[in-house]
Write a protein that binds this ligand. Structure first.
Ligand SMILES: [Zn+2]
Length: 125
């Protein structure tokens, strides 16, 4: 199950957490709240799109293999479905690790953003 991309916020006290862009993150250790609304949306969206495209390529591969072997099985016999299943398994084991590597590389390249602590300078409590 793929998790949606999340920002990693590091608090001044050393507490860390993950949050979706635009949401407020509260440090579990000290309770300070951080706004992530300043994270550039376009840049973030581009990264999310890259991850989605890597996943989409895998899906297209599966779809193409299925689209070839399912009709062939009806025409030429059910043995073709077994061949198709083998091809799918080979594709899965060949492409799965590559997909994971791609996603890991994209996520490793993530730029870091500085988020501001919420309510700094305000007097209400
Ligand atoms: Zn903290």
């Amino acid at each position: 199950m793929a998790k949606p991309l999340a920002l990693v916020v590091t608090c001044g006290c050393g507490g860390r957490g993950r949050v979706q862009p635009g949401e407020t993150w509260s440090c579990p250790a000290c309770g300070r709240a951080f706004e992530t609304t300043e994270v550039p949306g376009a840049e973030y969206a581009a990264i999310a799109r890259e991850v989605n495209q890597a996943k989409l390529r895998a899906l297209v591969g599966f779809a193409v293999i299925a689209a070839v072997f399912v009709p062939l099985g009806f025409v030429l016999g059910a043995e073709l479905w077994i061949t198709g299943a083998v091809v799918l398994a080979v594709f899965y084991f060949a492409y799965g690790p590559k997909l994971k590597r791609d996603v890991r590389r994209i996520v490793a390249d993530l730029p870091s953003w500085t988020v501001r602590e919420r309510g700094r300078g305000s007097t209400d409590g």
